[in-house]
Design a binder for this molecule. Structure first.
Ligand SMILES: [Zn+2]
Ligand SMILES: [Zn+2]
Length: 225
């Protein structure tokens, strides 16, 4: 599951602004007679580097040198950006890596305790002891840092916020994309429970949930006008 989630996160495009996006938008606004600020896509920005319109929640990544839909962050571990279309896979990768390193720590713990309690008369070779200590310490370090990361992303997920948006949120006002915990979770993981632990989406979710494509996102005023 870890490898599957990892590879899918690496090879899934986090989402880029379609080339025809601007033209479509202008067409829609001409028909609706609205300005680009109040169009069907909500408030839009402009990226001077890509010279293109920025859909809501889209940000320019200086490493990828392009705009990424619902950009969360650029991740060096996956050599890719984490955005609208691979955020779920990234979270699953985090989750499974956390479980895997946790399992390692639990399995290695008895041998590690034995190593210190029988410090004088070791029966194993120095090579075995060194790899045991190294594996235990590295796994423990990963478990602790992943735990912080998992807790941080659970809090972001429960409020439907990206790592970039944390700085944009106005402290007093409830975040406009915060639809309530269950809906926020579904916005990323989809509605089909059977697919929640798999780095996949059901066809129904891909067809019916606009947020999974990264160009439009329901806001609180859509569900609770
Ligand atoms: Zn850009
Ligand atoms: Zn990037």
């Amino acid at each position: 599951m870890l490898l599957w989630s990892y590879l899918i996160t690496v090879f899934t495009d986090p989402g880029s602004v379609p080339e025809h996006f601007r033209r479509e938008l202008e067409g829609e606004n001409l028909e609706a007679g609205t300005s680009t600020d109040q169009g069907a896509f909500g408030s839009l920005g402009y990226c001077p580097k890509c010279r293109n319109v920025k859909p809501p929640r889209c940000h320019h990544c200086s490493v990828c040198q392009r705009c990424v839909l619902k950009m969360d962050h650029h991740c060096v571990w996956i050599v890719n950006c984490v955005g609208a279309r691979n955020y779920k896979f990234f979270l699953l990768f985090l989750f499974y890596t956390f479980l895997e390193t946790m399992l390692d720590v639990i399995v290695l713990l008895p041998s590690f305790i034995k190593f210190f309690s029988q410090a004088i008369k070791h029966s194993s070779s120095p090579g075995n002891l060194a790899s045991l200590v190294l594996a235990f310490v590295l796994n423990l370090a990963f478990v602790l840092s992943l735990l912080c990361f998992v807790v941080m992303h659970i809090s972001l997920l429960s409020t439907n916020t990206t790592s970039v948006e944390v700085h944009e949120k106005n402290g007093d006002v409830r975040w406009k994309y915060d639809l309530g915990k269950k809906k926020n979770f579904e916005q990323v993981f989809g509605k089909k429970k059977a697919f929640w632990l798999l780095p996949l989406y059901s066809k129904d979710d891909l067809d019916n949930m606009i947020s999974l494509h990264g160009l439009e996102f329901p806001t609180r005023s859509d569900i609770d006008p």
